[in-house]
Write a protein that binds this ligand. Structure first.
Ligand code: SF4
Ligand code: SF4
Length: 203
């Protein structure tokens, strides 16, 4: 008897499903926002004076299980400084044909240079175009930032720099409004620096 009722039970499931709310998404006409911590395209962040947070240490590349990151570090000099550290990433690439968006690279990054955005539209018909270069990955320059290379602008000492204390040589030095903006940017960056925040950040 139980075997006889099985098909009826099966059709019952089909019948009730017909009245359930349809969840079809009209992508790409209607783009549904992702979850706030969705792991999407990476970004290489900057300090508030425009210097790059990346110090070319390659820890992200070593942490990557898919071997998707390639970094070549180089020394900063006083004539050509790209980051506040001793070194910077002369070459930085992420191969999005390999990346599985696991986020291990951003957890490994000691400077929170590398974070992930919510951007997921990464399809292309060219394999070469899916290897993103440093130029593509670097965050854009915001107001008050200066295109590297240039000296550290946010203080006379390393401690001042990381606290965001603008000195007299700063492009925003002497402008209280701009200095306030920098301090706010640093505070915001610190708040975002919570491990695993995975937030969209460009500072
Ligand atoms: S998200 Fe994962 S797979 Fe992609 S580059 Fe980072 S560590 Fe590698
Ligand atoms: S992104 Fe972070 S972990 Fe990767 S090389 Fe730069 S500083 Fe090092």
């Amino acid at each position: 008897m139980a075997g006889f009722l099985d098909p009826v039970r099966g059709f019952g499931l089909t019948f009730t499903t017909m009245f359930k709310k349809v969840t079809t998404e009209q992508y790409p006409e209607e783009v549904t926002p992702t979850a706030p911590r969705y792991h999407g395209r990476h970004v290489l962040n900057r300090h508030p004076d425009g210097l790059e947070k990346c110090i070319g240490c390659e820890l992200c590349a070593w942490a990557c299980p898919a071997d998707a990151i390639y970094v070549e570090g180089a020394d900063n000099t006083e004539d050509a400084r790209y980051s506040p550290g001793e070194r910077y990433a002369a070459v930085y690439q992420i191969n999005y044909l390999r990346c599985i968006f696991c986020g291990l690279c951003i957890e490994a990054c000691p400077t929170r240079s590398l974070t992930m955005t919510n951007e997921y539209e990464l399809a292309d018909d060219s394999r070469t175009d899916l290897i993103f270069t440093k130029t593509q990955l670097l965050a854009p320059l915001l107001p008050g930032m200066e295109q590297p290379p240039h000296p550290m602008r946010l203080g006379e000492t390393d401690q001042d720099y990381y606290l965001g204390v603008a000195n007299s040589t700063s492009p925003v030095g002497g402008d209280p409004a701009a200095e306030g903006r920098l301090a706010g940017a640093v505070a915001g960056a610190d708040a975002d620096d919570a491990p695993g925040s995975g937030s969209r950040r460009v500072s």
